[in-house]
Every structure is written in C-alpha cells, then in structure tokens.
Design a protein around this ligand. Structure first.
Ligand code: IPE
Ligand code: IPE
Ligand code: MG
Length: 250
C-alpha cells in the first residue's frame, strides 16, 4: 500500500469530546454516580496524553454543560470539588508538558475559589506552545452564540457597525476559541447521538463519531480508533490504528 507511512497532516487538528456515561458506568457496578465522575478523570488524563503525543493541535472536553446545574445539588457539588482538585493536581503536569489550558464557558457562576483556580491555571500555561486543552465548563452552544451576538450588538449601538455589514466572520471572531481551527472531529461516548448544546458554531462541519463505550472506559485505543475512523472518512483510503500509533512520539 502506498501510504504505509502515514503523515500527521491527515490527523484532525481539533477534536471535541462529549465525555458521557460516567453515571451509568458507576450504576452498572453498583456504585454511586460520583464514583463514575472520579473514574472519568483517569480517562481525561489518558486522552490528553495520547492526543498530545499524536501532535493534535487542540482538544476540547465537555466537562459541565449549562444544563447540568439541573442535576441533584449533591452531584453538582461533587463535580465542582472535582474540578478544583483536578485543577490543583494536574495543572503542573500540563505545564511541564507545554500544554495551554483554557476554560471555555460562563465561569461567573462558579464559586470564587474555583474562579481563582481557573485564573491561576490559565495564567500559568498561557505562553505554552504545545497542544491547547479547552475545558468547556458551564458551557452551552446557544450561550456562546448569544454572547458573541451581544459583542456585535454593542458595536452597533455605539454606531461603529451597521447591522447590514455583519458577516459570519465577525460573529466567528467572538465565539469561544476563535483563535483555533474549527472542530474536525466530535466524539461522544455512551451511545447517545446528540449534541446536547455543545459547540454549535465551531462544529458546523465536524465529522461525528459516536461510540457505545462509557467515558470511564475510554482509553488510548479508543481515541486511536476514533481518529482512524476520521482519517478513513476524510481520505477515503484504508489506514489502521497501528499506523496512527506510529505517529505517536516515544
Ligand atoms: C457525563 O456523564 C459527565 C457529566 C455530564 C459531568 P453523565 O453524568 O452524564 O453520565 P450518564 O449519562 O448519566 O451515564
Ligand atoms: C453532556 O452530557 C454534557 C457533558 C458531557 C458535560 P449530558 O449527559 O449532560 O447530556 P444529556 O443531558 O444526556 O443530553
Ligand atoms: Mg449523560
């Protein structure tokens, strides 16, 4: 076969993941839902390491949606604590690995303590030149487009912009992650096939990959499989997971 040596150019530049199924994974093991969330952190760590070894430019993880506040107060509380813990324990490692961390979403609803942690983590990693890791927290695709619209509306109100001059590019400059390429590949675990108000604008042309496995079980091979699927769809030739793995740095 011609392409036994695959080039990293065929890989998706920006991968977004809806990390779903923590609760069901735990329930099936007779454990409380929060056990699944805790286990899900290992899958996050694995995914980041694998993506970064592959030289993926950006990865965006859906950690908490604007709708997730409707969950029982106790579960929301545990999730918030988990964010704080993970931010404290993982950020140094991310920094060592040259990753740039960004939280995307309306952080104003989080506790001051969490907002401070977020600010510190972003400040520490902001000049890093490796993979960009976006964590979507209190994020909603509709919220994102709405906040971008408000930016333009302010310009119109100030007389700096005429409504008929508004372009897609202008709106695109105000949605989250406007400095990054649009999402090429969306992955959702747990068998659900919906977007759940995740990135809307940025996923206009994304390939969508749905896998039945629950998020806590999503490992290196799962990511490689999703990426091989993407490469095979985009390029319409056959490549194997092994070839993708060869692109990983030692
Ligand atoms: C995804 O797992 C994690 C978050 C939404 C924070 P779920 O908690 O949605 O797990 P299921 O879908 O109920 O199994
Ligand atoms: C989407 O999962 C949000 C995250 C993964 C953070 P949900 O489990 O909350 O989505 P729905 O409610 O099933 O659509
Ligand atoms: Mg769910």
């Amino acid at each position: 076969m011609l392409d036994s040596q695959l080039s990293s150019e065929v890989l998706p530049q920006h991968i977004a993941i809806i990390m779903d199924g923590n609760g069901r994974w735990a329930k099936e093991r007779g454990k409380p839902r929060v056990f699944g969330h805790k286990k899900g952190v290992d899958a996050v760590r694995n995914t980041i390491t694998t993506a970064s070894k592959l030289g993926i430019n950006a990865i965006t993880l859906f950690a908490f949606s604007s709708e997730n506040w409707r969950r029982p107060e106790e579960e929301v509380g545990v999730l918030m604590e988990l964010f704080i813990t993970v931010l404290s324990s993982e950020v140094k490692r991310m920094h060592r690995n040259n990753l740039r961390l960004q939280i995307v979403g309306d952080v104003s609803r989080f506790s001051q303590r969490l907002q401070n942690k977020i600010e510190q983590a972003e400040a520490l990693t902001k000049n890093n030149t490796g993979m960009v890791l976006n964590v979507a927290a209190n994020y909603g695709g509709k919220w994102d487009i709405t906040q971008a619209t408000k930016h333009l509306a302010h310009q119109v109100a100030k007389g700096q912009l005429a409504p008929e001059d508004i372009t897609e590019e202008m709106l695109g400059q105000h949605v989250m992650m406007s400095d990054l390429p649009d999402v090429d590949l969306l992955i959702r675990t747990s068998g659900e096939c919906r977007i759940s108000n995740f990135l809307l604008w940025q996923m206009a042309y994304a390939e969508m990959y749905f896998t039945p496995i629950y998020w806590p079980e999503f490992g290196e091979d799962s990511l490689i499989e999703a990426i091989s699927w993407f490469v095979n769809r985009e390029r319409r030739f056959g490549c194997t997971g092994e070839q993708i793995k060869q692109l990983m740095e030692k």
